[in-house]
Design a binder for this molecule. Structure first.
Ligand SMILES: NC(=O)c1ccc[n+]([C@@H]2O[C@H](COP(=O)([O-])OP(=O)(O)OC[C@H]3O[C@@H](n4cnc5c(N)ncnc54)[C@H](O)[C@@H]3O)[C@@H](O)[C@H]2O)c1
Length: 434
């Protein structure tokens, strides 16, 4: 597993600092005087002209070219997108799922396709965690007829192309820079995906005809330093403990603005620590499993006054039901021609499990399932963005679309461990078969 410290994005995308020096000045002068006579000069000039022409053609709506420096575009690509978007019946939805190669995105895409919805995925396959896991997820969804476009939600041309080709009824927006602690290492990646990317997506949706209804992933982390439990949607969310939480909170404000001005129907979902098969390697239940099997010590944090940390772990199938319930109860957007034509729905729901489990308890469940004793180092929680506990009140989602989680942590981890051993080829006693 590669370390999670790869800086994927420049802090100011698109800006390159040029260094000037006398050396470069002299070189430029020499080049100017000698190159006009060189055949290479004319060759380069012609190539540049061709590139400019291609870029101009690219900007013309409907023109079919492969985009320079990206992997989308072309007749074959369009065919795959259209096929994937095709719903089984006319009453089925047509959904753009961003982050479709991610953990939640994969499961939601499969569930939508299974019931007959048309699904197009979008993911940039970044290397925040091992991209080969994302590519393995892609293999699975593709085997069910779902095409994942490889691209970034900041690519306005790509989004506009997709919306010109397909009348998406809904967008399930799950693409984001996840992870709380990584925000201290690579803050700009959070701004890039969770703020700039979100705005680019909303700009496209606002101008789309018809406007889609949008359901997107916020996070329980917006409850930040709150101490009143369980967390309710009515509680304050203005004390984030991490930049990740702050960008999710900003997302809630930004989506509200687009709902208010442009009539986009928006539903924000505050997920609580989602786990399960095909999960994220940066999350504790996943890395604990890996390290326990490898005989490596694991670090368990304790809160102030040596209180055990606790999380409202929520099994992926329950989250998927919540996502589908939200999509099914989302009202249509009301805007047209980029303008609001009437009041549009704006909702926020907690999707949790309602029964927090302490981290030492999580470890002992894993020990039993893996049949290996963990080597545990207990240390005080550093101030790196983590919060001591999370606990969801889910009555709003229950009332609106019958959301009712059914999987407890033991049953869910059993399914995760089975998947893990199968996928990574390790046996329950920790001996790798690969
Ligand atoms: N898993 C959880 O416990 C949890 C909890 C709360 C909120 N969430 C939110 O749920 C959503 C899904 O989370 P996940 O656990 O599946 O994470 P994930 O990292 O597995 O999935 C996110 C996917 O989005 C893609 N992506 C990131 N930035 C992108 C960009 N700019 N353009 C295109 N694709 C991009 C990534 O490559 C990744 O495949 C995220 O918005 C996350 O913040 C997750």
């Amino acid at each position: 597993m590669p370390p999670l410290v790869l800086d994927n994005f420049p802090s100011t995308p698109g800006k390159v600092k040029l260094e000037r020096s006398n050396y470069f000045g002299r070189m430029a002068h020499r080049w100017q005087t000698s190159s006009l006579t060189s055949p290479l000069f004319w060759l380069c000039g012609l190539a540049s002209l061709a590139v400019v022409l291609l870029l101009v053609l690219n900007s013309i709506d409907g023109y079919n070219v492969v985009h320079i420096g990206s992997t989308w575009g072309g007749a074959q690509w369009e065919k795959q997108v259209r096929l994937s978007a095709h719903p089984k019946r006319s009453e089925n939805k047509v959904v753009l799922v961003t982050g479709a190669a991610g953990f939640v995105g994969m499961h939601v895409s499969l569930a939508l396709k299974k019931r007959g919805d048309g699904v197009v995925g979008l993911d940039n396959f970044n290397n925040y965690y091992d991209p080969s896991l994302k590519r393995a997820r892609r293999k699975v969804v593709e085997s069910h007829g779902i095409f994942i476009v490889e691209g970034d939600i900041n690519d306005a041309a790509l989004l506009s192309k997709l919306f010109h080709m397909i009348s998406f009824t809904h967008v399930m927006h799950l693409a984001a820079q996840a992870g709380v602690r990584y925000a201290m290492k690579n803050p700009s990646s959070y701004v890039h995906s969770n703020i700039a990317g979100l705005v680019t997506l909303l700009e496209t949706c606002k101008s789309a005809e018809p406007q889609p209804a949008i359901v997107w992933a916020s996070s329980s982390s917006v409850y930040g330093l709150n101490t009143k439990v369980p967390f309710s949607e009515l509680d304050r969310t203005d004390r984030p403990a991490s930049l990740y939480a702050a960008t999710k909170k900003a997302g809630e404000e930004i989506t509200h603005t687009y709902n208010h001005i442009y009539g986009l129907s928006i539903t924000g979902l505050r997920f609580f620590t989602v786990y399960g098969p095909w999960g994220r390697p940066d999350m504790a239940y996943f890395s604990f499993t890996r390290d326990i099997l490898a005989g490596k010590p694991i670090t368990v944090y304790q809160g102030p006054k040596q209180i055990d940390l606790a999380r409202d772990f929520t099994y992926i199938d329950d989250i998927v039901k919540g996502c589908l319930g939200s999509l099914d109860t989302a009202k249509k957007s009301t805007g047209s021609g980029g303008k609001k034509k009437g009041h549009a729905q704006y909702r926020i729901f907690n999707l949790g499990n309602t029964s927090p489990v302490t981290v030492p308890n999580l470890v002992s469940i894993l020990e039993k399932l893996l049949k290996v004793k963990a080597k545990v180092n207990i240390v005080a929680m550093p101030g790196n963005g983590d919060v001591p506990f999370t606990h969801a009140n889910i009555s709003l989602a229950h009332k609106e679309f019958g959301y009712q989680p059914t999987t407890d942590l033991h049953a869910g981890l059993k399914k995760f461990v089975r998947w893990y051993l199968n996928f990574y080829g390790a046996s329950a006693d920790g001996v790798s078969r690969l």
